[in-house]
Design a protein. Structure first.
Length: 326
């Protein structure tokens, strides 16, 4: 275990999969997070002392530099879906990403992988998409050989895509959505991790757009999810003006509670993103160029969405019982 990789946001949804894979590769893994005491679950990914969570604030130069000391490679997995206090899109996804790359270059780090997103665009009306694009520019300005990964929505255990809608499906007979005709190409979290490992090891560089084997509308993905969780719902595709009213109301509630209640339902910025398809661009480098065969959502959804079924893990037993002949 002579090489060290520092993974910023390494206890998050994508970061933990990268950390696990790098431990299996025999590397020392430093997991840089805001709350190390909440990231102790990464330690068993490797041998004793191989995987260690450490404190880091990516908004601070000194903190990032201290965390990165001695690293052979760095990975930036830090990202947010909405502004929250000092953790704004610009501070985290633009300035934070550029800070990591700048210090990595100064420290002589050999390789860097940066997790961005499909739709990153400086000219977008979305603050999220703008900050992702500016973050990419900042990374490449200091680490020109860095690997940039642009995934579509990422699925897998603890995802914020299928899990969110499955949770909503338990609340009533109607499941309201916005942007039902917008296309998505969900990519499996471990496929993203495999791609990142190639960049860490210096076996690949450049920009890659990562999507699964199928692209279809949000409504179609929700219909598939409902089949998996054994629930019949009336899916209502709300017009965007209704979504704007909802976003405004939830945003106002967040302000009135001084942030004690955080709007994780839908924001105005997310509505802007929902107006554009979230799929791999024609001609873009992707998983196939990295030699990775993408996993389809239907292959793994049941493994982690079973808890949203009416009887949880007992639903399969009930189904079998119905087929018994007396």
């Amino acid at each position: 275990m002579s090489k060290l990789v520092t993974i910023f946001g390494g206890s998050g949804f994508v970061g933990r999969h990268i950390a696990r894979r790098m431990a299996k590769e025999g590397w020392l893994v430093r997991v840089a997070v805001r709350r190390p005491n909440e990231a102790m679950f990464v330690k068993p990914y490797g041998a004793v002392g191989q995987v260690e969570p450490v404190f880091c604030n990516i908004r601070d130069d000194a903190s990032v530099q201290a965390t990165m000391k001695g690293s052979d490679a760095v990975v930036n997995c830090v990202g947010i879906l909405s502004d929250r206090g000092k953790n704004t899109f610009d501070a985290v996804q633009h300035e934070g990403a550029e800070r990591i790359a700048r210090i990595a270059a100064a420290e002589g780090v050999a390789t860097m992988v940066h997790i961005s997103a499909i739709g990153a665009d400086k000219d977008s009306d979305s603050d999220y998409a703008q900050s992702k694009a500016l973050g990419e520019e900042g990374v490449l300005a200091h680490m020109p050989d860095a690997m940039i990964l642009r995934p579509s929505v990422i699925f897998g255990q603890d995802d914020e895509f299928f899990n969110r809608f499955a949770s909503m499906a338990r609340l009533g007979p109607v499941l309201p959505i916005v942007g039902g005709e917008t296309k998505f190409q969900p990519v499996f979290v471990d496929d993203v991790a495999q791609a990142a490992v190639l960049g860490i090891k210096g076996e690949a560089s450049g920009t890659y757009e990562l999507g699964g084997p199928e692209a279809q509308s949000l409504r179609a993905w929700i219909d598939e999810m409902l089949v998996v969780i054994h629930r019949k719902k009336i899916v209502v595709n709300l017009p965007f003006f209704a979504g704007k009213l909802m976003a405004f109301g939830f945003g106002l509630l967040q302000k009135l509670t001084f942030g004690l209640w955080h709007n994780s339902v839908i924001t105005g910025d997310q509505l802007v993103l929902l107006k554009s398809d979230n799929v791999v661009s024609e001609g873009a480098q992707g998983l196939a160029d990295l030699g990775i065969k993408p996993v389809a959502p239907e292959a793994v959804m049941a493994e982690y969405l079973w808890r949203f079924r009416p009887s949880g893990q007992y639903d399969a037993i009930k189904d079998s019982a119905r087929n018994l002949k007396i």
